[in-house]
Design a protein around this ligand. Structure first.
Ligand code: ADP
Ligand code: MG
Ligand code: ZN
Length: 614
């Protein structure tokens, strides 16, 4: 497409040039005024003319004052004919210097030929470019097998170093070794150490795998060949393998260097486990990678970094010693890491004095590095939209909610009845979350629609949590069901607003039983085989590895968990109905309650002894 536009521009410019040349010759480069014959006659009679020059069908007139003008005449007419026809006194004509010129050769011929020549030239140029772009496509087809790896040289502009990657301390520690090896390989070979060949970066999307790989190259100051796993897989079988070969050949030439294969799971999936599809191609590509990695001379300073967020689907052959034997895990950032990442990304952004990145970090559990970078960007956009030069705390908090739940939809007007229903629903969530002992404290309650949700209750953990007990989960389910329960208690029936709550509650209850072994009746085992298969591009997630009878039991157990939780929620809503009414009244009036406003009504959340003692 780009090529097409470029060709068109060249074509257009050529056209303009030719047109300019043409108009130059035909206009003879002079800008004389064109006048009619009657003016000429008048000027002759007034004796204003000093000279005329006749060329073809034109009479060029030079006036005594020095200006010149052009008169067109008919082809057959001569000047003397005109003089005669208009009865001009011959003595007046005698004073004029008359010159008859042949049309000059070049001028004449251009005048005749150009009108024919121009379309011809244009068409030729057009055909030339057409042919050229077809050829381009052809030669690209021939280059298929070559690797498309982008080499980022030593001097690349946006060089990244370890300092730009916040958090992930352990990962950086591990990768420092790799940097050391790239810098002084002799140090290792002298003591007979086999140097790492492949390092696999594992982590959820957005945790900074790609960033960290670039930082390794930046620190070691070596070339960096980066290629994404999916780029190996093309339309034609065999292309992937030849690309791998080409990539490794290029890398060996510029050793020491780093080859970075991003999203390696695209080629490195377990072999022979898929059904149909482009499987052979992937297998060949993977085999070629393995062959190349084995074929390294132990002294080549080439290190292969690869990144994936699906280590579970990788082929075991990739993971054995001598290949990707190092594994570096990038965790989701904890509180301190989040603050550090925010600090890195706020460097070029003017933040208000009141902004506390620590408080932002507290509000964003579960955010990855990419989410946090995006969050700050959203806040900057928000500030710019409000024509401010400085990003405020409010901008950032607004963006947190926007990133989590989609933009506020203030335009959605709720009828009074809907507004009331939503208020009871959200107040139900909030009250139950507040009064159950183990749940996270409420941060914000709102009945302004956001993304898919009609309203929302935001609650956040006080600290990062990695483990949950069954009681905590059941309370979580109770909070999810609280909106439904509140609607039912107050109005006697429920609305569609509770749909996604119910889905999530049911999903969580199922997980407790099938994944976490938290059901007493079914015992400590998991249900359902999560091994993934790909069939016609669709992932089939779960395979049942239990009997029909167990399935029935699971269903029953899910219902009983839900019942317990719903009962718990109902208990809170009934005993705290005065608080519920107060919250609803406040929501109807203000629409949104921040943590402080909420706590003014219900008091501070009381944490049970056991949880504090943790
Ligand atoms: P992935 O793990 O999916 O490859 P990336 O490395 O592409 O994630 O991260 C995306 C973006 O998120 C980075 O460009 C960077 O701006 C930001 N980011 C992620 N992790 C960090 C981190 N630890 N420190 C600073 N920025 C980070
Ligand atoms: Mg990435
Ligand atoms: Zn709800």
């Amino acid at each position: 497409m780009k090529n097409l536009i470029k060709n068109f521009l060249i074509f257009f410019t050529t056209f303009l040039l030719i047109a300019a040349v043409f108009s130059y010759f035909s206009g003879n480069g002079q800008k004389s005024e064109v006048v009619g014959i009657d003016t000429l006659i008048k000027q002759i009679n007034d004796q204003e003319i000093s000279q005329v020059a006749i060329t073809g069908n034109e009479i060029k007139v030079t006036l005594k004052q020095g200006q010149s003008e052009v008169v067109k005449k008919e082809a057959g007419d001569t000047f003397s004919q005109i003089v005669k026809d208009y009865n001009i006194d011959p003595s007046k004509v005698a004073a004029i210097k008359i010159e008859v010129k042949d049309e000059t050769g070049l001028n004449y011929w251009l005048g005749v030929i150009l009108p024919f020549l121009i379309p011809f030239i244009l068409i030729s140029v057009f055909i030339y470019f057409m042919l050229r772009s077809v050829q381009g496509a052809n030669s690209k087809a021939m280059m298929f097998g070559q690797s498309q790896a982008k080499e980022i040289g030593r001097e690349f502009k946006d060089k990244v170093i370890f300092k730009d990657v916040a958090g992930v301390k352990e990962a950086k520690e591990e990768l420092k070794e790799v940097v050391e090896f790239l810098k002084n390989p002799q140090k290792f070979s002298e003591v007979g150490a086999r140097t790492p060949r492949g390092v696999l970066l594992l982590g959820a999307p957005g945790t900074g795998k790609t960033l960290l790989a670039r930082a390794v190259a930046g620190e070691a100051n070596v070339p960096f060949f980066s290629l994404s796993g999916s780029e190996f897989v093309e339309m034609f079988v065999g292309v992937g393998a030849s690309r791998v070969r080409d990539l490794f050949r290029r890398a060996k030439k510029s050793a020491p260097c780093i080859i970075f294969i991003d999203e390696i799971d695209a080629v490195g999936r377990k072999r022979g486990s898929g059904l149909g599809g482009s499987h052979d191609e992937r297998e060949q590509t993977l085999n070629q990678i393995l062959v190349e990695m084995d074929g390294f001379d132990p002294n080549t300073n080439v290190i292969v970094l690869a990144a994936t967020n699906r280590p579970d689907v990788l082929d075991p052959a990739l993971l054995r010693p001598g290949r990707f034997d190092r594994r570096v895990i990038l965790d989701e950032p904890d509180l301190a890491d989040r603050e550090a990442i925010l600090k890195v990304h706020s460097k070029k952004k003017p933040l208000g004095k009141e902004v506390s990145l620590k408080r932002v970090a507290e509000r964003t559990p579960g955010f990855t590095g990419a989410d946090l970078a995006n969050l700050l960007n959203e806040s900057a956009i928000l500030a710019a939209m409000k024509n401010r030069k400085i990003i405020s705390m409010e901008d950032i908090f607004d963006s947190v909610e926007k990133v989590m739940m989609g933009p506020e939809r203030k335009s959605r007007i709720l009828s009074n009845k809907e507004k009331k229903t939503t208020a009871y629903h959200e107040a139900g969530h909030a009250i139950v979350a507040h009064f159950l002992p183990l749940t996270d404290p409420v941060q914000k309650v709102s009945i302004i629609a956001r993304g898919q949700a009609g309203g929302y209750t935001l609650k956040l953990p006080l600290e990062d949590k990695h483990m949950y007990s069954k009681t905590e989960y059941l309370e979580e389910i109770a909070v999810l069901l609280a909106g439904y329960v509140a609607e039912q208690e107050i109005f006697g029936e429920v609305t569609t607003g509770a749909t996604s709550d119910l889905r999530r509650a049911t999903g969580l209850a199922r997980k407790l039983i099938t994944d976490y072994g938290m059901s007493e009746t079914l015992g400590p085992r998991t249900f359902g085989d999560k091994e993934e298969m790909i069939f016609l591009g669709r992932e089939i997630h779960e395979q049942r590895d239990y009997s029909e009878k167990i399935a029935e039991q699971i269903d029953k157990e899910i219902s009983s968990f839900i019942d317990v939780a719903a009962h718990q929620a109902k208990g809170v809503i009934k005993t705290k109905s005065d608080f519920l009414e107060k919250i609803v009244a406040a929501l109807m009036e203000r629409e949104t309650l921040e943590k402080e406003e909420f706590e003014q009504i219900v008091g501070k959340k009381v944490k049970p002894e056991s949880s504090v003692a943790k």
